[in-house]
Design a protein around this ligand. Structure first.
Ligand code: 6PG
Length: 478
C-alpha cells in the first residue's frame, strides 16, 4: 500500500480535493462508483502528482497505508450512508472515514457514534471555498476525535488555505458533529452576508438611483476598506458584468428568485432548537423564500407603495456612504449572532469550541473570508469569554459611530418602500440588547393572565401569579 489518503466520489469537489492532496506531495488513492470518471481524472491530471486509481472498493482500501484515511465526497443524505456502510465493512479499527460534504451535524453525530462502536473514526469535516477552494486551498473544519485529528491534521493542514499570517485555515473544531455544525453556521452567516449585500445594492439602485456599473464601483471602493471580503469583491464582478445576448447588465436578466440547497435553513431550524436568536440569518433565509413565491408576488404586485423618486445626485453619494455604515453595523450583528449560536451549541454538546480559532480559520479559503475575521479573532484573544461581539470595545465603538447612519438608512428604506429585512432586523436586535427594559414584562403579564403561566419579579426572588379573575392579589408559587 502506498497511498496516504483516498478520495471516493470524484465529482468536481472530490476531484479537486484529490488533486490538491496530490499537488502537495501525497499519494492519493482514487475511487468512484463509475470507473470511467476515475480514469478521466488520471488521464487529465495524472501528471500533477501520484495517484492510485482503483476500480473496486476492495482495491481502493488495499491501496491505503494504515491507518487508512478515506475522504467521502458524495451527496449528503442516503448516498453518504450507503458509501459509509460499504467502506466500514472493509476497514479496521483505527482507520478514519472523513465526510467532506455539507452533512447535517445530527447525521454526523449519529454516524460517528455508530462507527465508534466498531473502532473506526468518523470525521465530519466542513469544507468551504467552492470548487476553486477545494483545488487551491479551502477552509477545513474537521470534527471527530482528538485521535483522528492526529492521523489527519497534518494532511488537511497541508492542503488548506493559508491565512495572511501563514497559518493554515484548518483546525480540529471539536468532537463528533462539531465540524459540520460550524460549517452549517458558516453557511448561515454566508446567507446573512449575501442578503445584507443584496439590500445595499437594492438601496443604491432604487434610492440612490445608481446604475449597476456605478454600484460595482462603489463596492470596489468598499472592498478597499473595512468591508474587504471575498463576497464584496465578487459582488462588484457580478454587477459589472454585461449579458452578452442582450447587452444589458447581467443582474437585470437573471430571474429574481434566490435558491438554496438548505444549509441556511438548517442553521435557523437549529437555532430555534438551541434558543439562540439568529435573526439576521433567518431574515436572509426568508428573503430567499419570499423571492421564490412568484404566486404571492404576482397577487400583491398592484399594492400601493410610496412612489418616491430616487435621491438627487448631490445627496446620493452621502447616502451611499451611510449604506456602507449600515451594512457594516448589520454585519457585525449577524456575526455576533452566529458566534453566539456556536457558543450555545458548544455548551449544549460539550464540544469546547475555541471561538477565536473559528474566526482565524475563516480568514482564508472560505466563502465568508474577510479582513474583518481577524478582528473577531483578536476580540476573542482579548476576552475568550466575550458574551457577544457587540461587547468588544472595538466593535462597540464602531457600531456606535455607525448607528445614526444605520437608523437613517433603515428610515429612508422604509420611506422609499425598499425592503431591508436584514438591516432592520440587525438594528432591532442591537436596540433590544441595549434596551434597559424590554416589553417582555408585558408578555409575561399576558401569559400569566390567560394561562397562569407565572412570572418572576424584578425586585425579588421567586415565581408569582396574580389572581386575575379574582381579587388580583398576588401569590408566590415557587
Ligand atoms: C462553501 C459554500 C458551499 C455551497 C453553498 C451554497 O462554503 O463553499 O457554502 O458549501 O456552495 O452553501 O449554498 P446554497 O445553494 O444553499 O446557497
Amino acid at each position: 500500500a502506498t497511498a496516504q489518503i483516498g478520495v471516493t466520489g470524484l465529482a468536481v469537489m472530490g476531484s479537486n480535493l484529490a488533486r490538491n492532496f496530490a499537488r502537495h506531495g501525497h499519494t492519493v488513492a482514487l475511487h468512484n462508483r463509475t470507473y470511467a470518471k476515475t480514469e478521466a481524472l488520471v488521464g487529465e491530471h495524472g501528471h500533477e502528482g501520484d495517484f492510485v486509481p482503483a476500480e473496486s472498493a476492495e482495491d481502493f482500501v488495499a491501496a491505503l497505508q494504515k491507518p487508512r484515511r478515506i475522504v467521502i465526497m458524495v451527496k449528503a443524505g442516503d448516498p453518504t450512508d450507503a458509501v459509509i456502510d460499504e467502506f466500514a465493512a472493509l476497514l479496521e479499527p483505527g482507520d478514519v472515514i472523513i465526510d467532506g460534504g455539507n452533512a447535517h451535524f445530527a447525521d454526523t453525530r449519529r454516524r460517528e457514534k455508530a462507527l465508534r462502536e466498531k473502532g473506526i473514526h468518523f470525521v465530519g469535516a466542513g469544507i468551504s471555498g467552492g470548487e476553486e477552494g477545494a483545488l487551491n486551498g479551502p477552509a477545513i473544519m474537521p470534527g471527530g476525535s482528538e485521535e483522528s485529528y492526529k492521523a489527519l491534521g497534518p494532511l488537511l493542514e497541508s492542503i488548506a488555505a493559508k491565512a495572511e499570517d501563514g497559518n493554515p485555515c484548518c483546525v480540529h473544531v471539536g468532537p463528533d458533529g462539531a465540524g459540520h455544525f460550524v460549517k452549517m453556521v458558516h453557511n448561515g452567516i454566508e446567507y446573512a452576508d449575501m442578503q445584507l449585500i443584496a439590500e445595499a445594492y437594492d438601496l443604491l439602485r432604487n434610492v440612490a438611483g445608481f446604475a449597476p456599473a456605478r454600484i460595482a464601483e462603489t463596492f470596489r471602493g468598499w472592498n478597499a476598506g473595512r468591508l474587504d471580503s471575498y463576497l464584496i469583491e465578487i459582488t462588484a464582478e457580478v454587477l459589472a458584468h454585461t449579458d452578452a445576448a442582450t447587452g444589458r447588465p447581467f443582474v437585470d436578466v437573471v430571474a429574481d428568485e434566490a435558491e438554496q440547497k438548505g444549509t441556511g435553513r438548517w442553521t435557523v431550524q437549529t437555532a430555534l432548537d438551541l434558543g439562540t436568536p439568529v435573526s439576521g440569518i433567518a431574515e436572509a433565509v426568508f428573503a430567499r423564500s419570499v423571492s421564490g413565491h412568484r404566486d404571492l408576488r404576482e397577487a400583491a404586485r398592484e399594492l400601493p407603495g410610496p412612489r418616491r423618486a430616487a435621491l438627487p445626485d448631490d445627496e446620493a453619494a452621502a447616502f451611499a456612504a451611510r449604506v456602507e455604515e449600515a451594512l457594516y453595523a448589520s454585519k457585525v450583528v449577524s456575526y455576533a449572532q452566529g458566534w453566539n449560536m456556536i457558543s450555545a451549541a458548544s455548551a449544549e454538546y460539550g464540544w469546547d469550541i475555541d471561538l477565536g480559532a473559528m474566526a482565524a480559520i475563516w480568514r482564508g479559503g472560505c466563502i465568508i473570508r474577510a479582513a474583518f475575521l481577524d478582528r473577531i479573532r483578536s476580540a476573542f484573544a482579548a476576552d475568550p469569554a466575550l458574551p457577544t461581539l457587540l461587547a468588544d470595545k472595538g466593535f462597540a465603538e464602531e457600531v456606535g459611530r455607525a448607528q445614526d447612519a444605520w437608523r437613517s438608512v433603515v428610515t429612508t428604506a422604509v420611506a422609499h418602500g425598499v425592503p431591508t429585512p436584514g438591516f432592520s432586523a440587525a438594528l432591532a436586535y442591537y436596540d433590544a440588547l441595549r434596551a434597559e427594559r424590554l416589553p417582555a414584562a408585558l408578555t409575561q403579564g399576558q401569559r400569566d393572565f390567560f394561562g397562569a403561566h407565572t412570572y418572576r419579579r424584578a425586585d425579588r426572588e421567586g415565581s408569582f401569579h396574580t389572581r386575575w379573575s379574582g381579587e388580583r392579589d398576588e401569590e408566590r408559587t415557587a
